[in-house]
Design a protein around this ligand. Structure first.
Ligand code: ADP
Length: 440
């Protein structure tokens, strides 16, 4: 380009020289140079007008003809425009392919901007949620998906879990919602049909609940007869008596198992959630403590209480009793003779906390993440001796989920374990409400 510019400058200087020479020959050198300069300027202006016209037309195929500096300028701009157009076409085809592929996905994919307004969705989004491009684009998503469970889930802003709710437009279909945050506060919502999984899970829950329920009656009959036989049996047949004693023990274990399975089924069924009421956890833990002392027997543990008795939370008393006794019973089971157990209940700025600390056998770190699974045991050989159902910590986990709380397990093999239940601040009943309900 600089070469052309130099050429143009030379041409202009030559023109000026010709003008000056002509002017000198005619006796008007000034006028002659001025005439050459003005003509040259007009010529330049016309070329500039052509350039602007061409740029405005946006038609790169129709580039004006030109030579020298202008020719080089046109060529350069023409090449740039061509490249730009190519890039734009490439981007368009990438976007079109991305849209085609997302439209082929059977899950709904929805993009929501940082203000919570709908930006874009695929065809499955229209199918499952009834979104219409003409009217719904730019609308707040919570105006269109109004189920309060979805609104709460979306507004909560913590997107580590998923939400499963029935589809409004498709009776019998259950949709799973998953949100991922990206970019500058934008969110990607993926909605998929999980009806089959949901039905299978429901069948599993129903099956366990029904079997457990059906086992109750025969178990009661068996236990009743065993008790009667043991009462009337003389000591003349010790073998038979021992056998019946073992049967009674196993029947009791089975009853515990059935009861735990039924409790778990109840906890898993969303709609049976009891309304939350103020629970005097201090008092509740004292009861659990006396039960634990009765259970303690010849192990002679040193069980201590450290309770903030004025601390009351909203909860379900029966469920909390189950969870806390499971933790305390475990501490008694897995702590050797004369060990120490501490039960604590306190509040801090994060919320309310209940902890059971023991200096018992402890748990290897590799087992900790799986302890709340049903029937998972850290030490299979020990469980025959301790005789638990293997459902205790699963029950604790579900009770805590129901209360918006969570369980923390801290343990060192050979040194002991601490199981802590963390309840959110909002569960704490403020002192005024407590004193008012006490007055009533
Ligand atoms: P279980 O009926 O076997 O006690 P749980 O669900 O209550 O079933 O506990 C699961 C497993 O966690 C137990 O088998 C045991 O290995 C381990 N565990 C629970 N509590 C403690 C504890 N306080 N100390 C050591 N191990 C424990």
């Amino acid at each position: 380009m600089f070469k052309e510019w130099n050429l143009e400058l030379n041409q202009f200087l030559i023109l000026l020289a010709i003008g000056a020479f002509g002017g000198w020959a005619t006796g008007y050198p000034g006028w002659s140079i001025a005439l050459v300069s003005v003509t040259y300027s007009f010529w330049m202006l016309f070329r500039a007008r052509d350039l602007i016209r061409w740029l405005r037309s946006g038609n790169d195929a129709d580039a004006p003809e030109g030579s020298g500096l202008w020719g080089a300028l046109y060529d350069h701009l023409f090449q740039q425009q061509k490249q730009q157009r190519l890039q734009i076409n490439n981007l368009h085809s990438i976007i079109a392919r991305a849209q085609q592929s997302t439209n082929a996905i059977r899950d709904a994919v929805i993009v929501v901007d940082r203000y919570g307004n709908l930006e874009w969705w695929n065809e499955a989004g229209s199918h499952w949620l009834g979104l219409k491009t003409s009217t719904d684009q730019g609308q707040p998503i919570t105006n269109l998906l109004r189920d309060p469970r979805f609104v709460r889930f979306f507004n909560r802003g913590q997107f580590d879990g998923t939400l499963e709710i029935p589809a409004v437009l498709h009776p019998g279909v259950v949709l799973q919602y998953q949100v991922t945050a990206f970019g500058d506060g934008e969110r990607l919502l993926v909605v998929r049909d999980v009806t089959r999984l949901h039905n299978l899970e429901q069948m599993r829950k129903d099956f366990v609940a029904n079997v457990s329920h059906e086992l109750r009656t025969p178990l009661t009959v068996i236990k009743g007869y065993l008790e009667t036989f043991l009462d009337v049996m003389s000591d003349s047949n010790p073998q038979l008596k021992r056998g019946l004693g073992q049967m009674q023990l196993q029947a009791q274990r089975m009853e515990m198992l059935v009861n735990d399975l039924l409790l778990l089924s109840r906890l898993e069924t969303e709609n049976t959630a009891q309304p939350m009421k103020p629970v005097q956890v201090g008092r509740l833990l004292k009861q659990v403590f006396s039960d634990a002392q009765a259970l303690n027997g010849d192990k002679r543990h040193n069980i201590q209480l450290d309770l903030d008795e004025s601390l009351v939370i909203f909860g379900d008393e029966n469920e909390l009793r189950s969870a806390f006794s499971n933790l305390v019973v475990n501490a008694v089971k897995y702590t050797p003779e004369q060990g120490n157990i501490l039960i604590r209940w306190w509040a801090d700025p994060d919320g309310a906390h209940m902890a059971v600390q023991d200096d018992g056998v402890g748990i290897d770190a590799k087992h900790i993440p799986r302890l709340t699974e049903r029937f998972y045991r850290a030490d299979q050989s020990r469980h025959a001796k301790t005789g638990g159902t293997g459902l205790g910590l699963a029950i604790v986990k579900h009770v805590l989920i129901h209360h918006g709380a969570h369980l923390d397990i801290d343990s060192t093999p050979g040194e002991g374990s601490t199981f802590t239940c963390h309840f959110p601040r909002k569960n704490i009943v403020d002192a005024q409400t407590t004193s008012r309900s006490a007055a009533c």
